[in-house]
Design a protein. Structure first.
Length: 364
């Protein structure tokens, strides 16, 4: 019987750390940056709004002087550049203020750098406006006509805004330097560790290192199926007869101790010999070795008759070749007639001995 695998409950992630309390200097510095951004943007809009009337009044006061067009160009360029810088600084100050409220150490360093650059730019702008006001104070000059073309409090407003801007940068820098640095450090570590998605998704096992939930034991083992006996064991190793090797130079059995492969019908050495049932005891077994046929007793052949003596008067005949028996497939083909030897053809007959019954004797 099988059971569905139940995934243990996902381990709950660590409790989120408490958000550190924002220090007062940091909060005040961020608010001051937002105020400076809004004021700068308003000043740029006011400059664009004042520029057309200033140009008209300047042309009427300056008349047909050759430097009028140059001054008009400077007025429009200053208004356009001021508007672009105001928009960029507004966006930058908003980003810095939000970063300071979040406690970012990188934003803190960037804000300090911006404050230093703002102090330098504000000081340069203030000195330029003061010098321009002194130079334009000459009566009847083109510069004096341009200063008179602006609204009455405009020059003083520009100088006041430049000084206020410098003071604002200095205050923001001092607030950030006196703020506790632990706030920025803890916020940085919290931002790195408290990343969403740290807890494992539901339905999956917890990460390695956690103990399994109680109540789940190991799965039960499976025994052998019923009705089957244990398999027959094989012979113990080493029960085979040791291999015997022949004399040096002869090829013996293969090394390794393995027995020779059984022939067809022969059982393995480790298995018991199977004896087939004998139906008729008198009949030979079909697995027995074949019996050699009985040989008949050899009969001694009679001795050959003695060869009769050769008559001395008979001439020596050439040796005759016995012809093989006809009908035998294993006999050699008959040889041709041998020619008579010259000695046998020209030999004189040997003298014959006298007969004992006759009374003649050979003459001497």
């Amino acid at each position: 019987m099988s059971y569905a695998v139940q995934h243990p409950a996902a381990a709950a992630g660590p409790a989120p750390a408490a958000t550190p309390r924002r220090p007062v200097p940091v909060a005040f510095a961020s608010v001051l940056l937002l105020v400076m951004a809004v004021v700068g943007l308003g000043y740029a809009v006011a400059t664009l709004a004042v520029a057309p009337g200033t140009v008209d009044r300047f042309r009427q006061a300056a008349g047909d002087r050759p430097d009028v067009d140059g001054y008009v160009t400077v007025v429009w360029i200053s208004a356009a550049v001021g508007a672009v810088l105001a928009v960029l600084l507004f966006a930058l100050y908003v980003v810095l203020a939000l970063g300071l409220r979040r406690g970012s150490n990188g934003v803190r360093i960037a804000t300090l750098v911006v404050c230093v650059l703002g102090l330098l730019a504000g000081g340069a702008a203030t000195l330029t406006m003061v010098a321009q006001e002194g130079w334009n104070s000459l009566p009847g000059s083109v510069g004096a006509a341009l200063s008179d073309a602006y609204p009455g409090p405009w020059i003083g407003l520009n100088v006041g805004l430049s000084v206020a801007q410098m003071i604002g940068y200095a205050v923001v820098a001092l607030l950030l330097l006196t703020a506790p640095r632990a706030f920025f450090g803890r916020a940085t570590e919290q931002g790195r560790s408290a990343t969403p998605g740290q807890a494992p998704p539901p339905g999956y096992a917890p990460p390695p290192g956690y103990a399994p939930p109680p109540g789940y034991g190991p799965p039960p083992g499976y025994g052998p199926p019923p009705g089957y006996g244990a398999p027959q064991g094989y012979g113990a190793p080493g029960s085979y007869p040791p291999a015997q090797y022949g004399p040096p130079g002869a090829y013996g059995p293969p090394q390794g101790g393995y027995p020779p492969q059984p022939m067809y019908g022969a059982p393995y050495p480790s298995a018991p010999a199977v004896t087939p049932p004998v139906e008729n005891p008198g009949e030979p077994s079909p697995w027995a070795a074949p019996v050699a046929p009985e040989s008949s007793p050899s009969v001694a052949e009679p001795a050959a008759e003695p060869t009769p003596p050769v008559s001395p008067a008979a001439p020596a005949a050439s040796p005759s070749v016995a012809e093989p028996a006809s009908g035998s497939p294993w006999t050699a083909p008959p040889a041709g007639d041998f020619p008579a030897t010259p000695d046998a053809a020209g030999a004189t007959p040997a003298p014959q001995p006298p007969d004992e019954g006759s009374g003649t004797r050979p003459s001497s």
